[in-house]
Design a protein around this ligand. Structure first.
Ligand code: UN1
Length: 500
């Protein structure tokens, strides 16, 4: 275990070199399950570092954009293969820096592998349209073009997967990138970049500046040479980034909060619904944008569901995610733990019924981490703050309802629209829910988490700003359409006029 003195210093990666910060400052990245362990020292970048990274990305863009897309893709294929070989090592490092259990960090690295392979495939599929012109001896087609330097700001909950969601499509489409990873989990994004570099990515195509939002993220989002910004994180920061991008009309993709719901109908397979609610609510310690922080249950089965759900939640083993017996890790940091504890107080004051949990765990094996009990509130009214606001922690609100229409209106009655799920055996109800739930993702008989890389990911309302990540949708964001008209008639032909 590394102590503060022995831990390695990780520099920024700019123009193909690992370089010191111009700020001269570093910060410590500690294990949230054991704060005595220092994962590494990372540089606290400032505007000068960001400027250097953008300059390198701008220079590299001149040649990277001209590399044929299938050749760019070959580098991604090789990077994915490197990640496959290092999956175990990188997963363990991720559990140490982020806290989620090893099975889940393996899933995170796997998601990065999947996305990298998928986007490598897109290298031979950057299709446009060809179509007859309305005029004779004239040809029309459209091609995708890259945009330039992309600024990427990523969160700590999926420390390798989400950087890959942004980097892989940006790169295969011919852009260069500057990544500002979350302060709490930079190492996993360094690992991803390391794989790209070893796979042969030219200098300057990918750059990393570590550090915090105000000092490193803000100068990136307002930099004049960064025409594209992609951000995943809180709605509050998303609003700041959108404002910073507005004066220059940058492309900006925002993936933000969620208040996702599992609806349990009276005909649901309750065993399945309980499995789903436990995994959706407490997987990743509830720290997913897609977490099922609300479970709405039909009154006919409410009593039985709650009894059995709470019994299961009480058995969850909380601790260090490297121990294979552990099912739920810590909160990411003290601030997040404090947020969770404050929402427990809010729920109690609102007269939600605390059914289990509600306390910080800080003795014995939990003494050195940011642990909190898995917590369930029952008899929650859909308008209570615990049922409206994103908590991003191990707190689930169970809401009773009377019928399908009420369930849909509870589901849609929040500011966010990322993911929703319904458990039912009734196909008519399932299809009505798929139609009426106003979210970017809907699951039937599965929890709200578990999106796959070849399908669009994102949400409605305050979850996002209309873009989607993953799948072909990501390529749409990281490219511009260019329409080409080729007239081989040797005369002036006026559209809309000469043929009418
Ligand atoms: C997130 O919560 O920020 O669908 C991303 C899921 C994961 C991705 C979650 N594949 O839960």
């Amino acid at each position: 275990m590394a102590t503060a003195a022995s831990a390695r210093v990780y520099n920024n990666f700019i123009g193909g070199e690992w370089v010191d910060s111009k700020s001269g400052k570093t910060y410590e990245n500690r294990n949230p399950a054991n704060t005595d362990e220092v994962i590494g020292h990372f540089v606290a970048s400032n505007e000068a570092d960001v400027n250097a990274a953008v300059d390198a990305a701008k220079e590299a863009y001149k040649s990277w954009r001209l590399v044929p897309a299938p050749k760019r893709a070959e580098i991604l294929y090789r990077a994915a293969e490197i990640l496959v070989q290092r999956k175990e090592e990188y997963s363990k490092d991720m559990t140490r820096e982020m806290g989620k259990v090893l099975a889940e960090t393996r899933g995170d690295v796997q998601e990065a592998i999947d996305m990298t392979y998928y986007m490598a495939g897109e290298g031979r599929r950057l299709f446009g349209q060809t179509t007859p012109s309305e005029l004779p001896n004239k040809f029309a087609m459209s091609v995708r073009q890259s945009v330039g330097v992309c600024g990427l700001i990523t969160p700590w909950n999926f420390p390798m997967a989400i950087p890959s969601w942004k980097m892989a499509p940006a790169l295969v489409a011919g852009n260069t990138v500057v990544l500002k990873p979350a302060e709490d989990t930079p190492l996993s994004s360094y690992h991803y970049v390391q794989a790209l570099v070893e796979a042969g990515l030219p200098k300057g195509v990918v750059n990393i500046v570590s550090g915090d939002g105000p000092d490193a993220g803000a100068p990136l989002s307002k930099h004049k040479d960064v025409p594209v910004m992609s951000f995943t994180g809180s709605s509050a920061v998303g609003r700041i980034i959108a404002s910073a991008c507005a004066p220059d009309f940058k492309h900006v993709s925002l993936e933000m909060g969620g208040k996702n719901i599992i609806i349990v109908m009276d005909d649901a397979n309750l065993d399945l619904a309980i499995d789903g609610a436990v995994w959706g609510g407490f997987g990743t310690t509830g720290q997913r944008c897609t977490a099922a922080s609300r479970v709405a249950v039909h009154k006919k089965v409410y009593g039985e569901f709650v009894k059995r759900f709470v019994e299961r939640v009480k058995t969850l083993r909380v601790g260090d995610g490297l121990d294979p017996k552990i099912e739920m890790g810590p909160c990411i940091n003290e601030q997040q733990l404090n947020t969770v504890m404050s929402y427990v107080e809010i729920g109690k004051k609102e007269n939600a019924k605390l059914l289990t949990g509600g306390n910080r765990l800080n003795s014995g094996a939990h003494a050195k981490g940011w642990f909190h009990e898995p917590t369930v509130f029952g008899d929650v009214d859909a308008k209570m703050r615990v049922a409206q606001e994103e908590i991003f922690g191990p707190v689930v609100s169970v809401i009773p309802f009377d019928g399908f229409d009420e369930a849909i209106s509870i589901a849609n009655g929040v500011a966010y629209g990322l993911s929703a799920s319904i458990y039912t055996k009734n196909v008519n109800q399932a299809f009505a829910a798929m139609r009426d739930l106003y979210t970017g993702i809907v699951y039937v008989n599965a929890p709200t988490i578990g999106a796959e890389t070849h399908m669009p990911f994102g949400g409605t309302k305050q979850t996002g700003n209309g873009h989607r990540e993953a799948a072909g949708a990501a390529i749409d964001f990281f490219t511009e359409w260019k329409t080409l008209y080729i007239d081989y008639s040797d005369k002036l032909q006026r559209a809309q006029i000469d043929n009418n």
